[in-house]
Ligand binder design. Structure first.
Ligand code: GCU
Length: 406
């Protein structure tokens, strides 16, 4: 996003703030060992994010079904196996289904590591491959080949710039993607046609009312369902799953990575407010603005922090820290001031002491690095030129990061 008027884009006007310490327990005790992190502090922080930001979620479905709706061993000119899979939850108990598109490189021996990520506009937009099923789900936009919120053939390949499928395959990775709107259409009443209208209890069997969770929490739950499926797929190495998400789907990826440790790497691309950026800076998009424009994204309690960021018991660096010891990557774009690029960096930096406690290298930079200069160890970061987007440059860094850690 560029600059919307009426918000702060000036470092000099960032309020002074104090971040909650990821390495001090809620009762005030310093966290000094891996055991304390894993058994005490990490669960505390996770619960705070559930209660105050994203909400809880249901358990995994008892009897999901996986229907392969099409398969080719010779897709993309022989480069890949292409599979399309429909995931149904709880034995067709309700109509919502998640349609996964999977490409697996033909060039490698053995099970492939995989990038998993939601797309914004349907699987058919990520590539012009004519065999990709056209989504029949509700589409948020009415442009780019969508008419009356339904996709048409015109929409095929419209997001292909964001999905360098051949390059990902060439680098030896599989790609699994799905349309996030299959889980819950992205508008304030979307829950009526999404999984939030069906599940009424959380993982512990406690009652789960609509605003006890959120669209982001529902979408994140859907990403975990893709992992359930990938664990059954012998051509995929489910121990090497990298999760990627851009913007609102970057917020979703961070929450999914926090709640499901099967994601080996979590990548936040330009996720901004409610994602990687520190809320207390109120730079660019604010908590009040996001809750007003997107009331369905976060839980009921998060709304009480409108114009009151300093009182949130967590800040977003602690979300990043929840990935520890798993590698995490945060990326910003120069023209994306709405998402507070420096706030995304500072968040990655403030998460780093947790990695360091675990004997790992964090972001390893004191200030935001120069443009197009990736930094970091287990916490990766780059600040690229250009606008709010996912580019080939971003992908090359993620592929390098995955090579390094897998
Ligand atoms: C809006 C919103 C952001 C979000 C973005 C997107 O700009 O304010 O929080 O990240 O949409 O998802 O594209």
């Amino acid at each position: 996003m560029a600059q919307r008027p009426g918000f702060n884009y000036d470092e000099a006007n960032v309020p002074s703030y104090e971040l909650p310490d990821p390495l001090v327990s809620e009762s005030g005790n310093p966290i000094t060992s891996i055991q304390d992190w894993e058994n005490l502090r990490r669960p505390e922080i996770l619960a705070l994010f559930e209660d105050h930001v994203y909400g809880r979620r249901p358990d995994k479905p008892e009897n999901p079904t996986y229907t392969v709706t099409s398969e080719s061993i010779n897709a993309l000119g022989g480069k890949a196996i292409r599979k399309q899979i429909t995931i149904r939850f709880d034995e067709n108990a309700f109509p919502q289904a998640l349609h996964v598109l999977l490409y697996i490189p033909n060039s490698i021996q053995g099970a492939a590591p995989v990038f998993v990520g939601y797309n914004f506009n349907g699987n058919h937009t990520i590539h012009t491959d004519p065999s990709i099923h056209l989504s029949t789900s509700w589409m948020r936009t009415n442009s780019n080949g969508n008419i009356n919120h339904q996709a048409t053939d015109e929409a095929r390949g419209k997001s292909s710039k964001r999905w360098p499928v051949e390059r990902i395959l060439e680098r030896g990775y599989a790609l699994a993607t799905a349309y996030y709107g299959d889980i819950e259409p992205d508008h304030s009443e979307g829950w009526k046609d999404g999984i939030r209208s069906h599940y009424k209890t959380d993982e512990e069997g406690k009652s789960l009312e609509l605003e006890d969770w959120s669209a982001i929490s529902a979408w994140a739950w859907g990403l975990s369902r893709i992992v359930d499926y990938l664990e059954t797929e012998s051509a995929i190495d489910a121990k090497r799953i990298a999760l990627i998400g851009h913007s609102r789907l970057g917020k979703t990826s961070l929450w999914a990575g926090a709640t499901d440790e099967r994601f080996g790497i979590t990548i936040s691309n330009n996720s901004g407010c409610g994602g990687a950026a520190l809320s207390r800076r109120a730079f660019g998009e604010t908590v009040k603005r996001i809750n007003t424009s997107f009331p369905h994204w976060f839980n009921r309690i998060f709304k009480s922090y409108n114009d009151n960021e300093a009182t949130i018991p967590v800040d977003q660096h602690q979300l990043i820290a929840l990935m520890a010891p798993r590698p995490v990557y945060v990326a910003s774009a120069q023209k994306d001031l709405w998402a507070d690029p420096n706030g995304e960096f500072l968040s990655a930096k403030a998460a780093s002491p947790v990695y360091e406690l675990l004997g790992l290298k964090g972001v390893g930079a004191k200030t935001q690095p120069p443009l197009n200069t990736p930094v970091g160890g287990h916490v990766g970061y780059h600040f690229r030129t250009g606008k709010h987007d996912v580019t080939l440059y971003d992908w090359e860094q993620y592929l390098d990061f995955a090579d390094k850690h897998f």
